[in-house]
Design a protein around this ligand. Structure first.
Ligand SMILES: [Zn+2]
Length: 120
């Protein structure tokens, strides 16, 4: 990948990382104020499932933050944009759609098919 494209993706990833961290921080604030402002009539089950949802979201956010940091690491190593399986360049369209991807479309498709066979 050309240095200017690497720079483009580095900025893109950094922006996403900052947005995610900001979201995660404001999410913590929401949990605290939610507890204080709960109307008496609120259904406890709804309240609980909302919190589960928030926690699941956080888990996804955490994983995404981890993936973005890894991707930035790969830019530093000069390996960004290469498939970790076959070493081919991943198409730029795919990188734009999914900047944290580590697999070219062929290897990704194959991995997904194997997962399906194993029943995962
Ligand atoms: Zn590949």
């Amino acid at each position: 990948m050309k240095p200017e494209r690497q720079e483009f993706f580095r900025n893109l990833l950094n922006e996403r990382l900052e947005a995610l961290i900001k979201d995660a921080e404001s999410g913590v604030g929401d949990l605290v104020s939610e507890k204080e402002n709960l109307p008496d009539s609120i259904d406890l089950a709804t309240q609980e499932s909302n919190r589960d949802f928030t926690l699941r979201m956080r888990d996804r956010e955490r994983k995404l933050i981890y993936k973005i940091r890894e991707a930035i690491g790969r830019i530093e190593e000069g390996e960004y944009g290469e498939c970790v399986v076959c070493g081919e360049d991943i198409s730029e369209g795919r990188m734009l759609a999914r900047p944290v991807t580590t697999h070219c479309i062929d290897c990704k498709t194959e991995a997904e098919q194997q997962e399906r066979v194993r029943g995962l």
